[in-house]
Design a protein around this ligand. Structure first.
Ligand code: CS2
Ligand code: MG
Length: 409
């Protein structure tokens, strides 16, 4: 089965998405997500100008060979743009293979290892009453695990808190990337955050009890010793995980965090290859791998990464915000269902407009996701609808400290 076309569809139903559609000489098509929030056009160009010509005439079923060819023949390896482009091709070829086999992708990945995929939802609030309402709303929607993000007294805009007006006045509800000509500047104060957050989790535990799995995203903002301090302070509240507690380019930094706290740690959404995890996994410095299929070289690479993690009893916690398209989300769900070392799956719902463009067959029932049993990924792209929403420039915000220093957002 030969590849005869590779089309890159850039669409913006409420937010930008980049989708690769590969077509074969037998008329079977496959989709891959190549969305890199705030840098979407760079991956679209990488695919359109450099990768698509290389795919013409290739055997669509030589997935591993195509992966290695794209990774090694580029000479320049790794990085978010390259690995998102390779991921899109990889996932589209797995979609085609599963469609050709007439079965849902998870069956090709070894079949189902569970009946459903535990998902966590994003609750947030500017204050405790608003946060409690948001948690109740998510429980009513069926979520059985909740990520908690709150505003911090003295800080104007904090990551992950819906309904707070950012410096551009736009709401956070669905999307941190804002359609502004330049990135929005936000403020940050780690000491204020460290003073405030434990009291929030104490209040949430008092209100919702000891059992509800609670997660929190530190969003890369603490130094290793600050992260150690927070992890320790949160131990009484038994978090499912503390995510991205410190920037992890320097993987050894997590040794200091690990020394001081037993709060489980999740890291990896900004990572792109298994190499970014070597020390973290080999030294047991994390408990959950947060990579997205879309940003880590696709199904082929993610399976190898999670197999490596499994040897250290480290589980998956695949990244699933709205800037991972429904195609990328479906790929994650097929992997989630098949792997043994599954931990939890992030689930931020896409908007109705996005669901007009991407017709999905995955389901969410009583807290559990399932990819469905359609052949392939189970997601189709409505190209007419996609054409109605042309690309719109959008940027993620950035942070400055009180003294004007640029800080991790
Ligand atoms: C976040 C993301 O969901 C998460 O865990 O860290 O929402 C992240 O901010 C976005 O993906 C950035 O594009
Ligand atoms: Mg995160």
């Amino acid at each position: 089965m030969k590849i005869v076309a590779a089309d890159i569809i850039v669409s913006s139903p409420d937010r930008n998405f980049v989708t690769l559609k590969i077509t074969t000489d037998e008329g079977i098509t496959g989709l891959g997500d190549a969305t890199l929030n705030g840098r979407e056009l760079s991956v679209a160009s990488y695919l359109r100008d450099h990768v698509a010509p290389l795919l013409m005439g290739r055997d669509a079923h030589r997935i591993e060979d195509t992966w290695q060819f794209l990774y090694r023949s580029a000479y320049w390896r790794r990085g978010p743009v390259t690995m998102a482009a390779i991921a899109a091709v990889d996932v589209a070829l797995w979609d085609i293979l599963a469609k050709a086999a007439g079965m849902p992708l998870y069956q090709l990945l070894g079949g189902a290892s569970r009946t459903g995929i535990m998902a966590y939802g994003h609750a947030s609030g500017r204050d405790l009453p608003e946060l409690f309402d948001s948690i109740r709303q998510h429980l009513d929607e069926g979520f059985r695990s909740i990520r908690v993000q709150t505003s911090v007294p003295g800080i104007n805009a904090v990551y992950g808190v819906a309904a707070q007006p950012s410096s551009t006045g736009q709401r956070y509800d669905y999307e941190p990337a804002q359609r502004t000509p330049l990135p929005a500047e936000e403020d940050w104060d780690t000491r204020a955050y460290l003073r405030h957050l434990p009291s929030v989790f104490e209040a949430v535990r008092n209100e919702f009890g000891p059992e509800l799995p609670l997660l929190h995203d530190g969003h890369h903002r603490m130094t290793p010793i600050q992260a150690a301090k927070l992890g320790k302070a949160l131990e009484p509240y038994d978090l499912f995980w503390l995510e991205d507690c410190t920037p992890a380019e320097n993987q050894e930094a997590l040794r200091l965090v690990r020394q001081h706290t037993t709060t489980p740690l999740a890291i990896g959404e900004v990572f792109n290859t298994v190499w970014d995890y070597q020390t973290l996994i080999r030294e047991q410095l994390i408990d959950y791998v947060r990579s997205a299929v879309t940003h880590t070289g696709g199904i082929t690479a993610m399976r190898k990464l999670l197999d490596f993690a499994a040897q250290y009893q480290i589980k998956s916690g695949i990244h699933g915000p709205t800037d991972i398209s429904p195609v990328g989300m479906a790929a994650a769900l097929h992997l989630d269902l098949a792997i043994h070392n599954f931990g939890i799956q992030e689930y931020m719902k896409h908007t109705p407009l996005a669901n007009e463009v991407f017709r999905q067959s995955f389901t969410f029932t009583d807290g559990y996701l399932h990819p469905g049993d359609q052949p392939g990924l189970g997601v189709e792209l409505d190209e007419e609808a996609a054409a109605r929403f042309p690309y719109e420039p959008a940027y993620l915000p950035f942070n400055r400290l009180k003294d004007g220093t640029v800080h991790d957002w």
